[in-house]
Design a binder for this molecule. Structure first.
Ligand code: HEM
Length: 470
């Protein structure tokens, strides 16, 4: 019996060595530069994600290895414009049907219908912050997350989670960060994820055993249950009637379904959930970064205030677009701290891919990490690593080129469908908060903030004092 165990162990070791040898020497990606251990196993990347080092890795990896880096046995990252143009080619757009159907719901014209709804949430939010009188230090990421959930709740389901009044997101953001940590790691091991997904006890046990999630789960999931219940109730009630005049996105999708019968009830439920899953942490992350970066430097803060004071009705969405410096600050924050700190992955199609002098066989996972790419000095200039809103203030052509170059809203073939809704919320909220408050922030060093796939600046303390000049 002991010899059988020994033989099995030896067989596993021999097989692992053979696989490692193949991956390093004979594998089609063997010539691609990168850390040696990354070529052998995904545990290398998993180790960095688990420890929240993705931002640091993104900033340093291409400096060490160049524009093409093998980060896993079958995964390659790029940081060049050439790669972005090829990998995210628009004519390979996915989900064409869903996108075309939903286009009108998420168009600028339609989301502008909800401008007053967003204003009403902002009134409550600003009112609550004013009660603190600049004397209470708040967790900036948590408060921006509250703002994101309250605005989405109102626009999508005419619903308030009551977090503004409660003054807490009840652990929802920290639960989300833990969930992202687990998903970012497990997503690197597709067979494990599949097994975990199929065998339900494992689904819960594995992330706990791997130390990714506490025994009692990530926490903060109460609101997800409520969102699910509201969606079920709304769809049970059927066609929209008798609520506020502009309705909500749930109603918009009802009307759309009347015209497109292919769009099912399940699609409707999925889309409503997606507004929250794709929007709550991203909008929170963008707002946190924009306020943190703009308010660290008093000159930047006063430039924005000056622009807002001089403008007519600066929180009206159409007018926010005319606030050149304010918009530059938001865009620059999104460039320097994009919401994704891992690769926007795509699978190489059956035709294979030739890029940077290498051949990538079908099925290879390729992609650009927005954080890494936005730090590329060849694309974004010598000071690509610094917060410099002025880079957006050149000629109109230069501004458009920067906008097109950035991966802020994803690759062209899967660009974020919620972009206009997110811009409506962020532009209005940023202008309103900067106008109404003098904001002080204290930021930890970047290396002390954990960044997973979804990159949120956490651990920032802020206080909002009523603006001296408004
Ligand atoms: C400021 C907030 C937001 C940012 C920065 C953002 C950014 C992104 C990015 C970078 C991607 C990845 C695209 C890719 O793989 O190339 C994405 C995908 C997506 N976003 Fe957003 N997003 C935001 C808000 C929203 C909102 C409010 C919605 C609500 C509808 C939404 C819906 C989606 C969906 C459904 C996808 C998946 C698209 C696909 O795979 O084809 N996002 N977003």
């Amino acid at each position: 019996m002991p010899s059988l165990v020994l033989l099995s162990v030896l067989a596993v070791v021999a097989l692992s060595l053979a696989v490692a040898f193949y991956r390093v020497t004979l594998h089609p990606l063997a010539r691609i530069p990168g850390p040696g251990i990354a070529a052998v196993t995904s545990f290398w990347q998993a180790h960095h994600v688990r420890n929240g080092h993705m931002r640091e890795l993104a900033k340093t990896l291409h400096k060490t290895y160049g524009p093409v880096v093998r980060v896993g046995p079958n995964e390659v990252w790029f940081d060049s414009k050439e790669a972005v143009d090829v990998i995210y080619e628009t004519n390979k757009e996915r989900y064409r049907f869903q996108r075309r159907s939903l286009g009108p719901v998420y168009s600028i014209a339609n989301v502008k219908k909800y401008e007053a709804v967003v204003d009403a949430v902002l009134d409550r939010f600003v009112g609550k912050l004013k009660t603190f009188n600049g004397k209470v230090e708040v967790d900036l990421a948590e408060w921006m997350h509250i703002l994101a959930l309250e605005t989405l709740g109102s626009v999508v389901l005419d619903w308030s989670p009551g977090q503004i009044e409660a003054g807490s997101d009840e652990g929802m953001l920290s639960g989300t960060c833990t969930t992202w940590k687990a998903c970012s790691v497990l997503g690197l091991f597709s067979p494990i994820v599949m097994v975990g997904g199929l065998v339900s006890p494992l689904k819960y046990l594995f992330p706990v055993l791997a130390g990714l999630v506490p025994l009692l789960g990530p926490g903060g999931d109460g609101h997800w249950r409520v969102i699910g219940e509201i969606i079920s109730r709304r769809l049970r009630e059927g066609s929209p009637q008798g609520r506020r005049p502009e309705g909500d996105i749930c109603d918009d999708i009802f009307y759309m379904r009347l015209k497109k019968s292919e769009f099912t009830r399940a699609d409707h439920v999925g889309m409503l959930f997606q507004n929250f899953t794709a929007g709550h942490d991203t909008i929170g992350a963008v707002m946190t970064a924009a306020l943190a970066l703009s308010c660290t430097d008093s000159r930047t803060q006063s430039e924005i205030k000056k622009e807002l004071i001089d403008a007519t009705n600066p929180t009206l969405f159409d007018n926010t677009k005319l606030l050149k410096y304010t918009q530059a600050c938001i865009k620059e924050s999104q460039r320097l701290y994009p919401v994704i700190s891992m690769s926007l992955m795509r699978a190489v199609p059956w035709t294979g891919l030739n890029l940077h002098g290498y051949y990538f066989p079908p099925g290879t996972t390729v992609g650009c990490n927005p954080t890494a790419y936005h730090h590329n000095t060849a694309v974004f200039g010598e000071n690509a690593g610094s917060f410099n809103p002025d880079r957006w203030l050149g000629s109109p052509e230069a501004h458009v080129n920067l906008d097109h170059a950035a991966l802020t809203w994803g690759g062209a073939n899967r660009r974020c469908p919620g972009q206009h809704l997110a811009q409506l919320i962020c532009s209005k909220a940023f202008a309103r908060l900067m106008k109404d408050f003098d904001i002080r922030v204290e930021r930890p060093d970047d290396r002390d903030i954990p960044f997973y796939f979804l990159a949120t600046m956490t651990g920032i303390i802020g206080d909002f004092a009523k603006a001296k000049m408004a």
